[in-house]
Design a protein. Sequence first.
Length: 211
Amino acid sequence: MSSRRGMESAHVAQLAARPDESPDGPVPALPAHTRTRPYHWIGTAAVLAAVVGTVLAVTPAGATVTTANGPHAVPAAAAPDPALAHLPLDCAGLPVKISQSFSADLTGNGTVATIAAAHCDSPNGTPPDGLFVIEKGQDGRPRVALVLIRDAEALTVRSVAVRSDGSISARVDGYSSPDVPRCCADLHETYTWTPHGSGYVRTISVPLSQA
């Protein structure tokens, strides 16, 4: 059994500069997992669930942001708009599609962020998602503060949630080898990013059937 398919593996996230740079400077990125997959989109497009599973209650868009002693959800209208951020996706001229988003104060200190999954809007296949933490830059414009999942990891984000301790979790689908059709992901995992110093510890949990 490879280390990739063990019950759980953890990576301490060092905030390293990504080769891609936004107009506001380098984008910190978490290290990609050791499993490598080719960047194939060809195949039958999988149906992407649009419902975002949340642990913190979602506040209605027109509601007033409440102050909480810790991480808490905020209305999307009060958070950075991911559609206005420059996302580090290599789309070769294709438009970018935001597939999931959730807004929260991740620390309870008043800094509001949007966690967004996005991919290139290709008419064919299942383009992989990137998962990003988006905050307001010094000029007030939305910018990527942290890359949680690179699109090169060839994952599809099915749901994303923020927990009351500030942890971020996502259910993802992936592929164990290049031979697995892009329509039929055979890996179903839960990624969790737990606050640790200036970054996060990433843990990957898999079902017993995949161990």
